[in-house]
Design a protein around this ligand. Structure first.
Ligand code: MN
Length: 352
């Protein structure tokens, strides 16, 4: 049985479903989750959407469907009633819950992983335990494209609302078709979703041309802390927690800052956004300007809790001060770029 059929069989057999967003949920995570929720509701299932983290503007899709009323925020995996857990848009368990959870828990009836990243520990657990099914189409640009394939094979009616959600995942993960992970399939799926009632320009107006004043104020802090390594060609900003603490992070569009302001700097290959969290952990978010690097590889070098795509990756650093983390990230970046031969001579073709 193929994985789409295995997942559908589980869905048919059970009544209660929990859909956890991944931490720092982005548009693809929220869109995938709300689309899957709609599909499960259409099959008469009971569905809860949880989020073990704050929900930021990156995930704001109020203009499609009011997620505030649907998502239980800052909720660890609720093990109160027996349910099937569907993990989407992430392949590692630590991406979904900040408390340690044993997937063998009796109230986790089955485990499903639907993702477009390389296979991780959730799929490994499923393989070992036989307690579920997974599909991992890591060639696709957005997880919502995996869902489009699944919904088609399950004969789910793709309403215009589901189509909008699926398109939003693509919009979010491609940053409005501006990143380097675009494939023929991205455009084919967009054509399909347009035919089903989704409108690309709605996302342009509601996502890209929609930056909060708080974001602009925080951008001043970013720009006053901007560092540029002109020899190796990368930029970075370190933001201590005391600055972020002055802002309501749910009102900040970090994507706008990272994608439209930091990584667009002439002469760089990528930009790193280094932030200190309230609990002392440090997050680093890497965004590429040029398509000749693999930031997922760099993120793994930065931390064991690191990974991602060539054009967009991230890592969590624990047990270092902010200054130590900055040194470590800058050293790792120089080492990576130098190993790839991206310094001075020969003049790289993307740097002009
Ligand atoms: Mn995604």
């Amino acid at each position: 049985m193929d994985s789409a059929s295995s997942i559908y069989k589980i869905i048919q057999q059970y009544d209660n479903f929990v859909l956890p967003l991944h931490v720092s949920p982005d548009g693809d995570s929220v869109a995938s989750t709300l689309a899957m929720r709609e599909a499960l509701l259409s099959l008469g299932k009971r569905v809860r959407v949880t989020c073990d983290d704050k929900l930021g503007i990156e995930a704001d899709i109020d203009f499609i469907l009011s997620p505030d009323s649907i998502i239980q925020k800052e909720t660890p995996l609720p093990l109160d009633i027996p349910s099937v857990y569907i993990f989407m848009d992430g392949s590692e368990l630590y991406r979904f819950t900040q408390t340690s959870i044993d997937l063998n828990h009796p109230h986790i009836q089955r485990v499903i992983n639907i993702d477009h990243h390389p296979k991780g520990d959730i799929a490994d657990f499923i393989d070992k335990s036989g307690k579920g099914a997974w599909v991992n189409q890591d060639g696709l640009t957005a997880n919502t494209q995996v869902l489009l394939n699944l919904f088609k094979s399950w004969d789910i009616t793709i309403t215009d609302r589901i189509a909008k959600l699926l398109m939003y995942g693509i919009y979010s993960d491609t940053e409005g078709l501006q990143n380097s992970d675009l494939q023929t399939q991205t455009f084919t799926d967009l054509a399909t979703l347009t035919e089903l009632g989704a409108d690309w320009h709605e996302f342009v107006v509601n996502v890209t041309w929609n930056v909060s004043l708080d974001t602009m104020m925080l951008l001043k802090e970013y720009l006053s802390r901007l560092n540029l390594d002109e020899e190796y060609g990368f930029a970075w900003v370190v933001l201590p927690y005391w600055i972020l603490a002055q802002y309501d992070e749910s009102n900040i569009d970090f994507d706008y800052i990272k994608h439209r302001c930091l990584r667009v700097i002439k002469g760089i290959r990528f930009a790193a956004d280094i932030k200190e969290k309230e609990d002392g952990r440090i997050t680093v978010s890497l965004r590429a300007r040029t398509p000749d690097i693999d930031l997922g590889e760099l993120a793994k070098k930065i931390s064991a809790k690191g990974g991602g795509h060539p054009g967009a990756a991230g890592a969590i650093i624990e047990g270092m001060t902010l200054v130590e983390a900055e040194d470590h990230i800058v050293d790792a970046s120089r080492e990576y770029l130098s190993r790839k031969g991206f310094v001075k001579n020969p003049q790289p073709k993307y740097l002009v």
